[in-house]
Design a protein around this ligand. Structure first.
Ligand code: ZN
Ligand code: ZN
Length: 187
């Protein structure tokens, strides 16, 4: 107990706690805004069929998903083979067009839920890996929320141009600076 009491008297530890708290409060504050705007973006990308899995909609090979070590075996497509679907391909294309770098995070999203769940569209704008099991905006971390706002061009209509100026990719863009700062703080 004595050890933990002492811990709080260190300035560095206190600053670290304050930074964590500030990230949590900011994230909670942005979550409802993100939710509302993602619902609008969800409508804009169109309606998929609801039967196609993400694997079906990604041609083989597509880097970085299909990292084939064996010639006739793709670990990404092991259970679902690529197949064209007019409706889902259209939605997929619209998601790509909404992505600032044209590189949606397909591994994070479940295409079967694209029509029923706006969050599955939002997940396409998250960092490439590690978010597939995150079930809602509120479960996402600060990094995820800022990444969506940065990567999804819909947010250009909602944010002051000073937040995105100079336009990403540019480390002087305030939203990108926030991500760099957060990455530094978590080490
Ligand atoms: Zn489909
Ligand atoms: Zn493949």
């Amino acid at each position: 107990m004595a050890a933990s009491t002492n811990m709080f008297s260190y300035k560095e530890t206190n600053n670290w706690f304050k930074a964590c708290l500030a990230l949590k409060i900011t994230k909670d504050g942005l979550a409802n805004f993100l939710k509302t705007e993602l619902q609008t973006a969800h409508t804009a990308v169109g309606i998929s069929c609801g039967n196609c899995s993400t694997e079906k909609l990604i041609p083989c090979p597509t880097l970085p998903y299909c990292n084939k070590r064996k010639r006739h075996y793709c670990p990404f497509h092991k259970s679902q083979k690529p197949q064209q679907c007019f409706r889902c391909d259209q939605v997929k294309q619209n998601i790509t067009l909404h992505h600032r770098y044209n590189t949606p995070s397909w591994r994070n999203t479940d295409a079967k839920k694209w029509t029923s769940d706006f969050w599955e569209i939002g997940k396409c704008f998250l960092p490439p890996d590690g978010y597939s099991s995150v079930l809602s905006v509120h479960e996402s971390d600060f990094n995820g929320i800022i990444s969506i706002m940065l990567n999804c061009t819909h947010f250009q209509n909602c944010l002051s141009s000073s937040c995105l100026s100079p336009p990403p990719p540019d480390r002087r863009s305030p939203l990108e600076m926030v991500l760099v700062f957060q990455a530094r703080e978590s080490y």
